[in-house]
Design a protein around this ligand. Structure first.
Ligand SMILES: [Zn+2]
Length: 145
């Protein structure tokens, strides 16, 4: 199984969001702006992610997520939304605070822990903000050390 660093996982997540907003192809510039990393580091990381099969590279144009890359992004969204449920329902955070903590933890919590939580919650399909939680089968497992 391919382990990914939190930084690389974040890059995949940003690309997923940009694609969802309708951007067909994404370059290191967009990534460096959003993650506050240098453009050259973003490019190197994106090339490595391509080698690992998470991105598709179109030379001189940019990058897109592969199916494998999409599964990683969906894993983060699933982690995020399930954590939000815990924070809102059982800790009493408001939605904004819950979202903040979920963002920090989404790329760091191993998926087997999230799945254990999901089971105990009765496998919820909607987060506290009303967004759909991607199903376990749509999501990559074991990418987070
Ligand atoms: Zn959120």
């Amino acid at each position: 199984m391919n382990k990914l660093s939190p930084q690389k996982i974040k890059i995949l997540r940003v690309i997923y969001n940009l694609e969802a907003q309708g951007l067909p192809i994404i370059g290191p510039k967009e990534i460096s702006e959003r993650l506050q990393i240098s453009k050259s580091y973003a490019f190197i990381a994106m090339k490595e992610l391509t080698k690992q099969g998470y991105l598709l590279h179109f030379p001189r144009k940019g990058f897109r997520l592969s199916e494998k890359g999409k599964k990683v992004a969906k894993r983060l969204i699933r982690n995020h939304r399930i954590l939000e449920i815990i924070f809102v329902k059982y800790i009493g955070f408001d939605r904004e605070t819950a979202c903040c903590f979920a963002r920090v933890l989404e790329s760091r919590i191993p998926s087997h822990i999230v799945e254990e939580i999901a089971n105990r919650l009765g496998n919820p399909t909607v987060c506290p903000c009303g967004y759909r939680i991607p199903a376990r089968e749509e999501c990559e497992e074991g990418i987070i050390p």
